[in-house]
Design a protein around this ligand. Structure first.
Ligand code: TYM
Length: 412
């Protein structure tokens, strides 16, 4: 991995189903581009995947499959660290700290929770309810500058930033406020069979998505049977959700603008457009599938990638966790913490006089979430980085620091 002078990007993908084209276009594609300008931590969010029932064997196999697919999609394992969320215990430790600061109402309002729990919120698992808090922990532990995600994660990002600000204003500047970036095209691909719902890898109906490893004949069938709209024009618009979605897919795999695709298919039939789209998708996925096949069986390599990633993630996250614990008044027990938390003027037999951290301003202001020397360089080069939102250096995607206009106004 390169030095820490570059801004840090962190992102994750849960192995809750086969990696599909929406994940590639909405997330992975940008990760590949951002590797050049950012230091990259890429996490397989296996703990998040447990929020829906999983077959243990399938989950294990799929986790390795994801590592191989990351590499096949262009993640450079020399540049980026890939790790399993469950290999780094600091995630769940910070989860608990953040849980203790999270109002239930905030989580009840989360769109994804409402969608998944439906009307039976009281029967939903606590893990599903708590999902955004674990995601906030994932991000804040590393002092990420940038989090590239699809559109569906924007609300979780907004929540993450809110939690970071809340923590900082209570205990002092510990967390960096991460920016979000979403792709310009394809940030929310919809289901092929149901264009009213998001394309999702955990959809029980596999015809709703194209998996990255689907063979050509399956891709042809899935696109041929994709739901279209009344009328026959290949044109994007609110009244044509099916065709609009297929056009977005076409634009994402071809790199063409929607308008030029519409112009090419003016007067042509849906069937012809769909046939061409299927071939485009097959051509697009072909090289990824070929690279995947050359890596997938190499268990030693895949294990090595994960070990290396986990070592790096552990090292960083534990430093942050110690700073968090210190800020909130827990005794960390680390040797090098004695300076901070050893009893002041205590003598044997007397109760120790631990320094009491006074809230907010008493703590150093310019701390960021990672405690290493190099990180200090990063924080000085981006002086206001702890609270001013980081910027995405890539023009592949739309970057923002406030997810809603309302939040932007509150910031002013
Ligand atoms: P997950 O696994 O659902 O999705 C992974 C990434 O793919 C994007 N995505 C889509 N993009 C476009 N169209 C779609 N239909 C589509 N479906 C999914 C998602 O937006 C996401 O970027 N909570 C996260 C995983 C996570 C995470 C994190 C991400 C856990 N911790 C920390 C970033 C940072 C999730 O469930 O992603």
């Amino acid at each position: 991995m390169s030095g820490l002078r570059k801004p840090l990007m962190l992102t994750g993908l849960q192995p809750s189903g086969p990696l599909m084209i929406g994940n590639y276009i909405g997330a992975l594609k940008d990760w590949v581009g951002l590797q050049a300008t950012h230091e990259s931590l890429l996490m397989i969010a296996d703990l998040h995947a447990l929020t829906v029932p999983q077959n243990p064997e399938v989950l294990r196999r799929r986790s390795f499959e994801f590592v191989a697919l990351f590499a096949a999609c262009g993640i450079d394992i020399e540049k980026s660290a890939v790790f399993m969320q469950s290999h780094v215990s600091a995630h769940t430790q910070l989860l608990w700290v953040l849980n203790c600061m999270t109002p239930m109402g905030d989580l009840q309002r989360m769109t994804q929770f409402k969608d998944k729990a439906g009307r039976r919120a009281m029967d939903a698992q606590v893990g599903l309810f708590d999902y955004p808090v674990l995601m906030a922990a994932d991000i804040l532990l590393y002092g990420a500058d940038l989090v590239p995600v699809g559109d569906d994660q924007r609300q979780h990002m907004e929540f993450t930033r809110r939690m970071a600000r809340k923590f900082n204003s209570t205990y002092g500047q510990v967390f960096k406020i991460p920016a979000t970036c979403t792709p310009r095209t394809g940030s929310r691909l919809m289901g092929l069979q149901d264009p009213a719902t998001k394309m999702s890898k955990s959809d029980p109906n596999a015809d709703n998505y194209v998996a990255l490893l689907d063979p050509p004949e399956v891709i042809r069938r899935k696109i041929r049977t994709a739901v279209t709209d009344s009328g026959s024009e290949v044109r994007s618009g609110a009244s044509k959700p099916g065709i609009s979605n297929l056009l977005a897919l076409y634009a994402a795999v071809s790199g063409e603008r929607t308008e030029s695709i519409e112009a090419r298919y003016a007067g042509k039939r849906y069937a012809e457009f769909k046939n061409h789209l299927a071939e485009r998708v097959i051509d697009f996925l072909g090289p990824i599938q070929k690279r995947y096949r050359s890596i997938a069986g190499d268990w030693v390599l895949l294990g090595e990638i994960l070990r290396h990633g986990a070592d790096l993630a552990r090292e960083r996250s534990e430093t942050t966790l110690a700073r968090i614990y210190e800020a909130i008044g827990l005794v960390t027990g680390r040797q090098d913490d004695r300076r901070i938390s050893s009893p002041r003027g205590s003598t044997r037999g007397q109760p120790p006089d631990f320094p009491v951290p006074s809230p907010a301003r008493a703590l150093p202001k310019r701390r960021n979430a990672m405690g290493t020397e190099e990180t200090k360089e990063l924080s000085t080069s981006a002086t206001a980085a702890t609270n001013a939102d980081a910027e995405c250096l890539s023009d592949c995607c739309v970057c923002c620091c406030c997810d809603t206009e309302e939040e932007c106004r509150m910031e002013e």
